[in-house]
Design a protein around this ligand. Structure first.
Ligand SMILES: [Zn+2]
Length: 297
């Protein structure tokens, strides 16, 4: 059976990437010092960012983004046209930055459990209510990275408490303050630094075959139009905003603080964690949207 991509495999895959025209830089390191690579291709001024695996048991999204990077590079080398897009032209006109696995520690927990020598073992096992970490979503110390952004943070805190969450948890604990975690802090730093050139952000999660844009009051007509287009290209359902508050997710933050169109894609269908074998069919369904996104925004 196909295995899910873990951090070691991610780094091995990174080693296979060609040096020419591809830049790989560590965005930062996770709490347990795992490198969080960012792969950049293209020379354009407009920057588009793709992020996978905010959540531990959603590591399959890292593999999907690796497939995208592979096809992007291969198509550029062979001067291919993909969905009417000349990939060579695309890379001349856009810069594409991909962070396949923002939460490598969480992915590690979900795939392999918590190691005996992990200094947080006792604490996180208590949060988790046992040794089975296969449904772990947070980072190494129990902060849900996709609630750790400064967008509706204080409103979310109230909801969190109503849910009975007062500290580290396998899912849905937003942390002490926005960007308290190295993973989110580094990503926000990068996005803020590039905010003049940043034109779009896609954040891949699982599951539900749904696209979310939540930040209703800050969202422009363009953001909504691009969301509808992504829904068409993926044949995923677009959950149009209902005036609900934003809950500290990356896409909410990008719209709210950077006025940048950003979307949460709930990829695949089934029960999380999705079987690793779903990677191919998820990629197939997303391909057109992933290639088109840089020109849609
Ligand atoms: Zn998620």
């Amino acid at each position: 059976m196909e295995k899910a991509m873990d951090h070691k495999q991610l780094m091995r895959w990174i080693d296979t990437l060609p040096r020419e025209g591809v830049s790989v830089l560590p965005l930062t390191r996770s709490i347990f010092s795992r490198e969080i690579p960012m792969i950049t291709v293209g020379r354009g001024k407009k920057t588009v960012v793709y992020v996978g695996a905010h959540h531990g048991m959603e590591g399959i999204t890292a593999g999907v983004l690796a497939d995208f990077v592979d096809e992007l590079i291969r198509s550029a080398q062979k001067d291919r046209v993909v969905f009417d897009i000349s990939v060579k032209c695309l890379l001349n006109e856009r810069k594409i930055a991909v962070v396949p696995m923002l939460n490598p520690d969480g992915v590690e927990y979900a795939l392999h459990g918590v190691a005996e020598d992990n200094p947080l073992r006792e604490r996180v096992t208590a949060f988790n209510g046992g040794d089975d970490f296969s449904h772990w979503q947070a980072n190494a110390r129990g902060v849900d990275l996709n609630h750790n952004y400064d967008a509706g943070f204080s409103e979310y805190k109230k909801i969190e408490r109503e849910m009975g969450i007062f500290g580290g948890a396998p899912t849905k604990y937003s942390g002490e303050y926005p960007e308290s975690e190295p993973e989110t802090a580094a990503l926000c730093r990068f996005l803020r630094y590039h905010s003049d050139d940043l034109v779009g952000v896609l954040s891949l999660h699982t599951q539900g075959e749904e696209i979310f844009c939540n930040c209703a009051d800050k969202m422009s007509a363009k953001t909504l139009a691009v969301g509808r287009m992504l829904a068409r290209l993926t044949t995923y359902k677009l959950s149009e905003p209902q005036g609900t508050a934003a809950y500290g997710g990356l896409a909410d933050w990008c719209i709210d603080k950077l006025s940048c169109p950003a979307y949460t894609l709930e990829c695949g269908k089934g029960e999380n964690p999705l079987p690793p074998g779903d990677r191919g069919k998820i990629y197939e369904r997303l391909r057109r949207a992933l290639f088109s996104f840089p020109y849609l925004v």
